[in-house]
Design a protein around this ligand. Structure first.
Ligand code: PAF
Length: 283
């Protein structure tokens, strides 16, 4: 497995692979890899002849009061995991390798305004900018993203469509701890007491699935899901919403495929979780 830090070194390797006609898969990450990332790397390994993992804590997607400096990092452990999963290359740049007084940004309008975009106004602009840069540097055939970040996945699909990137976007299912908590690098911030409290997110998701299956109204669904979280004293809801799966706009009546998504503070740590719901097919 090779490790590169600069754009030029990465491009040289990619160019040689392209010359050989090899297919390339990209797994963009911010490092501190866990089983969720491992599932993306495994899928990428299955579907491509060369596997690139980017490992870069992207400063442009963090707001001024967010956890950029504290964001967990462990490149040694990340590279061991990538090697064990059969990755061919880790691209691990420093911020100055990626950004030099930047003036160009990529913003996907509308879809970025709701849900996490409400409390993190520059977040998706930063994500789309760095993902576009990675797409240009690595020129992959396929790129892999987790469904835990469902809004991010919808935005990246729209970006790829609108900007004609010739890349297949592969979404991979949420990976959970045995007790249901969705895997996240941010789970490491939780104290033992908060870790227990954080289970209210997956319990709320489970309750939501029960309610939606019964065909209840959106307001009942949201009230039931909120009640599960509100019963937990350490939890504070940022949002619990039902949105159109493609546009990310709130829906009052579930007459399209939807994403039911939440962000919840457990102490100071903001966690997200979600589930998707497809309208039953008419016979
Ligand atoms: O999902 C993430 O870890 C990040 O938002 C991504 C896609 C790697 C961009 O920095």
């Amino acid at each position: 497995m090779q490790v590169t830090k600069t754009v030029d070194d990465t491009r040289a390797i990619i160019k040689a692979w392209k010359k050989e006609g090899l297919t390339i898969g990209l797994v963009p990450t911010m490092g501190f890899l866990h089983e969720g990332h491992a599932s993306l790397i495994r899928k990428c390994r299955e579907q491509n002849e060369r596997v690139v993992v980017s490992d870069f804590v992207n400063p442009t997607q963090f707001g001024p009061n967010e956890d950029l400096a504290a964001y967990p990092r462990d490149f040694e452990r990340d590279s061991q995991l990538c090697e064990s999963l059969g990755a061919d290359l880790i691209f691990h740049p420093e911020p100055e390798d990626m950004y030099e007084d930047p003036c160009a940004y990529v913003s996907i309008e509308k879809l970025s305004n709701n849900l996490c975009g409400l409390t993190r106004p520059i977040h998706f602009r930063g994500v789309c900018t760095v993902v576009s840069k990675l797409f240009h540097i690595v020129a992959p055939d396929r790129a892999y993203f987790g469904e835990k970040d469902a809004q991010q996945l919808a935005i990246i699909r729209k970006m790829v469509k609108d900007l004609n990137f010739d890349i297949e976007i592969v979404g991979c299912p949420i990976v959970r701890e045995e007790d249901g908590l969705a895997k996240s690098s941010r789970n490491t911030y939780l104290s033992a007491e908060e870790r227990k409290a954080a289970l209210c997110l997956s319990r709320s998701v489970a309750r939501g699935k029960e309610v939606i299956r019964k065909g209840m109204k959106t307001e009942v669904l949201l009230a039931e899901m909120r009640a599960v979280i509100e019963a937990e004293p350490l939890a504070k809801i940022d949002y619990v919403s039902v949105v159109d799966a493609l546009t990310m706009e709130n829906v009052d009546v579930i007459d399209c495929d939807v994403l039911v998504a939440m962000a919840v503070y457990i102490g100071k740590t903001r966690l997200i979780d979600n589930f998707s719901w497809q309208l039953p097919q008419e016979r």
